[in-house]
Design a protein around this ligand. Sequence first.
Ligand SMILES: [Zn+2]
Length: 531
Amino acid sequence: MPSEATTVLLRGGRLATAAQGDADSLLIEAGRIVWIGVAKDAPRADRTIDLQGSRVVAGITDAHAHLFMRAQELLNLQLGPGAGNIAALLQRLHAACAVAAPDEWVMSADYSEQFLDERRHPTREELDSVSGGRPVLLRRTGGHLSVANSAALQRARFDETTPDPSGGTIERTNGRLNGVLTENAADIVAALIPPPSQARTIAAIRKVADECLSYGIVAVTEAAVGFNNGFKVEWDIWNALRGEGGLPLRMGFMLRIDPAEAREYGLAPSGIDDRWQVRTLKFFVDGIIGARTAAFFEPYADRDTSGLLMEPPSDLRAKVIDGHACGWQLAAHVIGDRGIAHWLDCLVAASRAWPRADTRHRIEHFAVRGPRALEQVRALGAVVVPQYGFLRRLGASFAEAVGAARSQRLYPGRSLCDAGIVVAGSSDHPIGSLSPYLGIATAIDRMAANGLVLNAGEALMVEEALAAYTEGGAFAMGHERHRGRIAVGQYADLAVLDRDILTLPPPEIEGARARLTVVGGETLFSDGTLI
Ligand SMILES: [Zn+2]
């Protein structure tokens, strides 16, 4: 909105909740909502925007996304869902290698065998055949598994005699390395790749932020600073970006370092900051279902493994107690029932050792809970950060991997709300689609792409699902007094949508986009249909 307009009236829309009654208009002054009511009673304003009956919701918070990882995808060989088959992949890899320097790494950050017709990884020999001796690393979306060629394995000094590193595997076929690396083994190879240039990465992150705004997303919690290129490299880039004016989004950061490393970097938890908030440490307790590394009490239904914990249980417990005592908000990636139980036990131990009020520790994913989990989460006052959108693309493969009984506990919704637990909606982009409306639709219909409905009893109402992406996300960041709702006194963080998601069936909700996105009273995205 032009800066000379000190008051702006948004008129003739559908405001989000029943609490607003017939209200169809709101007035913005100095970045906040100062009046809500019906158009005929509206105060005079410097500027008026006619919403043409559009649905208005509070600006969306994506509580867990990886903007840095998505930026890297944009900068590397992109092998996303359109990858085709192995031959097509090799052809594109060949082309990328042909223009790379003789010893340059060639990388993809959005590879998955699930995107290939053959549903298998390329072999080490296939990769060697097109790479001209250059090291190649195809990182599976999510970053928990990679496929390396011979040159990359050699640089990491991995050979047939190398034992698996702790928290990772170097996979073999008939005793010979086949190039597939999981978790820490993949990280060892990834750490050898030189970091991307700051300027190119910052430009790519800005592109991703613009994409967020086009969905009505006004705030993002970056889910693991340090996950791709190590903490120092990534944090330097984020700070350089901040020095250049930051992002149009309200940003929170989860740092993938332990409390002792945070002290070495001179970092302590910041206070509540509604533009740039650094008060959360992120741990990885277990792996993922796709690579069968998520930790369960019982083996997978289709594989003779029950996954793995990333580090010895007592090590994590000590770090959690340390971080909690230092005042950090703590977050952990946990997927399997054993991973979840271990994380909750660590948080309980920390709260006993150092009682602290209102910690809002976080539980990322919470994919397959165990029987005691809900009661523990509630007692801890922890926030659950699921990605319901995963049910659509991956629900069927999750159900196959964990079996029928555990599928009943996949991505709870209703049971969380009924227990009074705060849910913060998120995309986990680029692992999941960035669209919050896909997440909302799936939280309601819980339907996998093949039509399988996963535990209909956990379905949320549309208002509850939307609240997870607005109020829940703001609460997880400690912002609830300033944003997350359409109410007088709250920031004018708003998404004006191209359809009424509160009245449409899930398949139509899923395609929603923003017509206007307003952050702190400023219009930062417009699709051109309203202004
Ligand atoms: Zn994530």
